[in-house]
Ligand binder design. Sequence first.
Ligand code: NAP
Length: 267
Amino acid sequence: MYDSGGSFAVRYGSYALVTGASEGIGRAFVVELAKKGLDLILVARREAVLKQLAEEIQTHHGVQCQVLSADLAQQEEVERVMAFSARFDVGLVVCNAGFGTAGNFLDNDLSNEMSMLSVNCEALTRMTHAYGAKFKERGRGAIILLSSIIATQGVPRSAHYSATKAYVQALGEALYEEWRGSGVDLLIVAPGPVETGFSKRSKMQFGLTTTPDVVAIDSINALGRQRLVHPGWLAKVMSLGLSITPRSIRVKVMGMVMKEMTKRLPS
Ligand SMILES: NC(=O)c1ccc[n+]([C@@H]2O[C@H](COP(=O)([O-])OP(=O)(O)OC[C@H]3O[C@@H](n4cnc5c(N)ncnc54)[C@H](OP(=O)(O)O)[C@@H]3O)[C@@H](O)[C@H]2O)c1
């Protein structure tokens, strides 16, 4: 089913823009989209890392690669990304940049929580609004939004991170319906635990994990075919388990899981 040809460029436009491209899932999206022949705009804060990835991609896949260092927690930086990318034929946007926080909500630093809200929700909303409008006007394009398996209930000890992903999930579900038949594809990606820099940054300890390339490949295969993907078998099993459990019980179960995953943090 996985198509290594250039049909994505014809379907959407020659460039894909990936936020959070320097590591983890975003980096895997960059590699897999380059294999499909798409030119790329890589966005994240670490410019040197992006430049090295761009070089690798250009050498191995012969596609064009633009690099833009930007802190998506800052509104003006998001505007700068939009202005820069307007110079290229962008047809696919992967809103992937994000991070999580863990521990008791009241113990966490509020300014970091507000940065997370800006990156996970505000930047994603601005980009989805701007690119959604462009794509709708020309009748083609696609947007991929990174949600999470934890988006469908409150998660004690990751209360605000799970809330940011619930926001993304609800926004994506509604936009999928609003854009039906417009030629604009929308895909919500809801992974389970993935082996990336995420767990270290969020101070969570993961057990079983999926690899970032599985997330990218399953997502690319699902784009234009479905509304939501749980990439890899682990996320599918976890989402099935959660879906048959009443919401109030899910919250308690997720609280127990998070307690285990954050046992090095103050209880
Ligand atoms: N890993 C998981 O288990 C998991 C599960 C479900 C959902 N997700 C979601 O998947 C997405 C990618 O996470 P990941 O696991 O790949 O994490 P990661 O390895 O930590 O990568 C996060 C990426 O986001 C970028 N980023 C973070 N803050 C940024 C900011 N202020 N401005 C610009 N870029 C920023 C980072 O680049 P710089 O540091 O260079 O800026 C990096 O490229 C996130 O939205 C996350 O919530 C992850």
